[in-house]
Ligand binder design. Structure first.
Ligand code: FE
Length: 417
């Protein structure tokens, strides 16, 4: 079974990544930060975790307010460093762990935490600033990553209690994973800081020390605090420390404090905390999952995370039919667009042949197919008939209103039909 080796709490300020890239290890302003990470680095080298489950927040880099999620789980095969405006840092991509991510997602949803899922989005300094200090990575990362992005920028944000409970659910999820994996939970953010308004530059080292005490010994007290209380004590942006409660919730009642450090050079109280889970796995009962055989209905292909990850490019190609230029180019010269698409030959052929059954079996989602049909000026029923191995007439005669045909194509913008 998988086991949680321990948890790390760390600041994610971009300055620490910057200091690393600029080789500021000997600079008196930065040296204390590097010194604080040394014991954590050494511990990670000793423990060699198979996976780091990293809780961070994006800073309107890869997630924006057109769709903002509370809890977004990274399910992809790899995670790259995001460009935050001045070019991306020269860090290698980190391998993901889609299989573990899918297991965690299934268990969290069964535990009533409805997650959102992302892939192919760069991770910003929220994740990679601390990761780059925690691991040597010149020759590639020595571990894999499952990231969890928490939406802490746009209010209302999840409560501290919700995060604490999510951590407990995460523990049940991880400890029920059948493979023998060692996993470290890394939480990022804070401590005290405020970066906007007249209170910009606010810090409270005494509160930061108390926060760390409470996190170790009495996390329930922190879990009872409102966002306003956390913001009042630590500065508005410091309320992102709710992410540390997810990590703490995933650990044993009494973890061992292996390392604890605090340094306040400028805007943010930079803390590092390493908690080791020496008690081993809990006897928590995993949640009851839906019997997977109930998803195995005849002639049905449920769209699951593994299908989504494996067929991202195919589904993206179909989804891009919502873009006028993409569909115009497709209609103008389908073969050229397909040849340029980077899709596997098999996917290209399935699209060329309008092989709806083949596309579904391959892992296309139906709602991409209906976009393709709309572009081709075909009704949805063409797809339904094709998937059932019938002619359009045969399929339509099975409907209560055989003359009702429709597609998702708009009628008002110059379409002839
Ligand atoms: Fe932040």
């Amino acid at each position: 079974m998988a086991r949680i080796i321990g948890g790390i709490g760390t600041s994610h300020t971009p300055t620490i990544g910057f200091a690393l890239d600029a080789n500021k290890q000997q600079d008196p302003a930065w040296a204390p930060i590097f010194a604080a990470y040394e014991p954590l680095k050494a511990w990670l080298v000793e423990k060699q975790p198979d996976v780091v489950f990293t809780i961070y927040n994006d800073h309107v880099t890869s997630f924006f307010f057109d769709h903002y999620s509370a809890f977004a789980l990274g399910v992809g095969e790899q995670h790259v460093v995001a460009d935050e405006g001045g070019g991306a840092r020269g860090l290698p991509p980190m391998r993901g762990h889609p299989k573990l991510a899918q297991h965690i997602a299934e268990h969290l949803v069964a535990d009533e935490f409805d997650m959102s899922y992302f892939q192919r989005r760069g991770l910003d300094h929220g994740a990679f600033s601390p990761l780059s200090l925690l691991f040597d990575h010149k020759n590639g990362w020595p571990t894999t990553l499952v990231p969890l992005a928490v939406g802490v920028l746009q209010n209302p944000v999840p409560t501290a209690r919700r995060c604490w409970k999510l951590g407990q659910a995460l523990r049940r999820a991880i400890e029920s994973y059948p493979e023998n994996l060692g996993i470290v939970i890394i939480a990022t953010g804070g401590l005290s800081h405020q970066v906007h308004g007249g209170r910009a530059g606010f810090n409270d080292p005494a509160w930061d020390a108390q926060f760390l005490d409470l996190l170790v010994d009495d996390p329930e007290t922190l879990a009872r605090m409102s966002q306003a209380e956390l913001a009042m004590r630590g500065g508005w942006e410091s309320s992102e420390v709710i992410m540390w409660l997810i990590m703490r919730g995933a650990l044993a009642a009494r973890p061992e404090v292996v390392s604890r450090n605090y340094y306040l050079p400028s805007m943010t109280g930079i803390a590092t905390l390493l908690l080791e889970n020496r008690a081993g796995n809990s006897d928590l009962k995993p949640v009851d999952l839906l019997d997977p055989s109930t998803l195995a209905l005849p002639a049905s292909q449920p769209f699951t995370i593994d299908v989504s990850v494996a067929n991202y490019d195919l589904n993206r190609f179909l989804q891009q039919m919502v873009e006028p230029e993409h569909r115009a180019a497709f209609l103008r010269d389908e073969n050229a667009v397909l040849a340029d698409s980077g899709l596997a030959q098999r996917d290209q052929s399935l699209i060329r042949e309008r092989n709806w059954t083949g596309l579904i079996e391959r892992g296309a989602i139906f709602f991409g197919l209906e976009k393709l049909a709309a572009v081709l000026g075909q009704p949805n029923a063409i797809i339904y008939a094709g998937m059932r191995g019938e002619t359009l007439d045969q399929f339509q005669s099975s409907r209560n209103a055989p003359n009702a045909l429709y597609s998702v194509r708009g009628f008002s913008r110059g379409n002839k039909d």
